[in-house]
Design a protein around this ligand. Structure first.
Ligand SMILES: Cc1cc2nc3c(=O)[nH]c(=O)nc-3n(C[C@H](O)[C@H](O)[C@H](O)COP(=O)(O)O)c2cc1C
Length: 201
């Protein structure tokens, strides 16, 4: 079983509270599913390129030739073949860091992560059984759930049937019980990790 950890915790593991929640999730998932292989795609270092016209042309040619081994399609290939996906991303500018949107652009690959029906409707091809989105936000997110909500739609379209999200909100507001909020979010991340590991076992 292989879990793909898409790490968009841009401030780095030493300071990122989102990353700390991801680590708690992974610890429990590994305990519940011995032998679980975790593959990390660290978006803080991968320097994925936004899709421009030349990149789009190259991507289309690779799709037509089904050249799934090309380095350009590596993120999509790893995503398509993962049994589960964990995405860790702080709530930035009402959604998430741009690096995660660039990752999404890179994983939309025709005939690898989705295909079109004769009627022109996209159908997901990813084989993952579940996706988990972990985030933290400085303020309450409320109705501006453009991060988790968007990723839920993307992952569902690409074929992953189950989506869970964990978010610690309001952790930059003075006077809030930040430790308590983070402790509760960690407990939730651990519970979701355990359930994910049991599902994958
Ligand atoms: C560039 C940037 C943009 C942010 N935008 C928002 C925002 O739109 N809404 C909000 O509630 N918090 C925002 N924050 C605060 C973060 O969501 C919050 O500090 C989060 O916990 C950071 O996660 P981390 O500790 O994993 O880096 C932003 C922080 C940064 C650095």
């Amino acid at each position: 079983m292989r879990l793909l950890f898409v790490n968009a915790c841009m401030r780095g593991p030493e300071v990122s509270r989102t990353h700390a929640l991801c680590r708690a999730f992974l610890e429990e998932a590994r305990k519940a599913c011995p032998g679980l292989e975790v593959q990390e795609h660290d978006l803080t270092r991968m320097n994925l390129q936004p899709v421009t016209a030349p990149v789009l042309r190259r991507k289309e040619a690779l799709c037509d030739a089904r050249r799934w081994d090309d380095p350009l399609l590596r993120p999509a290939y790893a995503f398509a073949h993962a049994d589960a996906v964990l995405i860790g991303a702080p709530y930035w500018d009402l959604s998430f860091p741009a690096a995660l949107k660039v990752w999404v652009e890179n994983v939309y690959v025709r005939n690898l992560t989705f295909r079109y029906t004769p009627a022109g409707e996209p159908v997901g091809l990813a084989r993952g059984r579940l996706a988990v989105y972990i985030s933290t936000a400085g303020s309450p997110v409320g109705e501006n759930d453009w991060g988790a909500g968007y990723m839920r739609a993307v992952l569902s379209l690409l074929g992953i049937p189950e989506f869970r999200s964990v978010c610690a909100e309001g952790i930059d507001i003075q006077g809030r019980d930040v430790e308590g909020i983070l402790r509760r979010a960690e407990a939730e991340a651990r519970a979701v990790g355990k359930a994910a590991g049991e599902k994958l076992r």
